[in-house]
Design a protein around this ligand. Sequence first.
Ligand SMILES: Cc1ncc(COP(=O)(O)O)c(C=O)c1O
Length: 361
Amino acid sequence: MKMTTAAHGGNYGELAKQHGLTKEIVLDFSANINPLGVPASLKTKIAENLDKLTEYPEPDYLALRARIASFHQLEISNVIPGNGATELIFGIAKVTQAQKVLILAPTFAEYERAFCGAEVIYAELSKENHFAAFETVFEIIKREADLEAVCLCNPNNPTGQLISQKEMIQIAKLCEERNIYLIIDEAFIDFLEASEHVSMVHYLAEFSHLVIIRAFTKFFAIPGLRLGYLLTKNQMIQEALLQIREPWSINTFADIAGQCLLDDEKYIEQTYRWLSIERAYLYDGLKKFPELTVYKPSVNYIFFHLEEKCDLRTELLLKKIFIRSCANYRGLSERYYRVAVKNRSDNQQLLQALEVIFSGS
Ligand SMILES: Cc1ncc(COP(=O)(O)O)c(C=O)c1O
């Protein structure tokens, strides 16, 4: 069958079925979604607004854009909302029409699909260099003529490695000098408690070629609702994106979600509390296995290399646990895996299952 979408972590239903398991009984560590689930404040808001489904959403999403703009201390015109971050990744590829693009390897697969038809230069990240991206990216931008866009994922998926703000400013300066669009996908950055020290949002005014993509999806656990946004001070990009977008691509509930979630301080605080405890617990637990090389996580997922030959994903699936094999990421082999940080009992189950597998019992 012809594949029409990229393979992603969350699509585990088919594999579970092959092993005679139903999706519901499998513990899913492959999708990096906040385990606190849909915020209660959003459930209430949606319930209160069910009758709004009889109306079309507001076509310009001005209230939504205003809330996001004030959150980031930007202007409404700087915010373009989208049906998930994915719509904006494809949108920016379309409006820049970049013919030569730098993309990390490994990274999230949709950039390459969005820029299909363009020449892609891969910034190949290596195990030896702990998958750090800055130097490789910087060298390629300096070296390659005719580069039209640089597309970075920060923190990178699946490695979790960060390009620091200081490094990103150097990249942004170089891109600005050379008229290269710098597109930074910050879909996971909200999981960093002090994200303002990494994010480039406060540098938008300095760099007219800078474009930032963010998502409500991961942090607020709403992949099914679809809501993301793009930030830029570049007027040409703003106008072109508004021009090409299909009307009403953000549904009424996503519009409502974007206006209320940023105010849910209780959920935001609970998320940081859960993450700081459980990430340390899972990271320390994984590091104890000599069979694994575990990379220090920055957000809500952990990337590791398996030092021995074993189909760990299948072994774990037989124990009703599903993890993300990174074999289909460019530049990675079947020895690489990524797991989401979940709640204590789930994390414990994963560590116990690994203990059983590695001890051979
Ligand atoms: C790095 C990254 N960016 C964007 C997305 C897509 O986000 P959304 O569901 O909001 O389209 C994903 C989804 O896995 C992702 O990993």
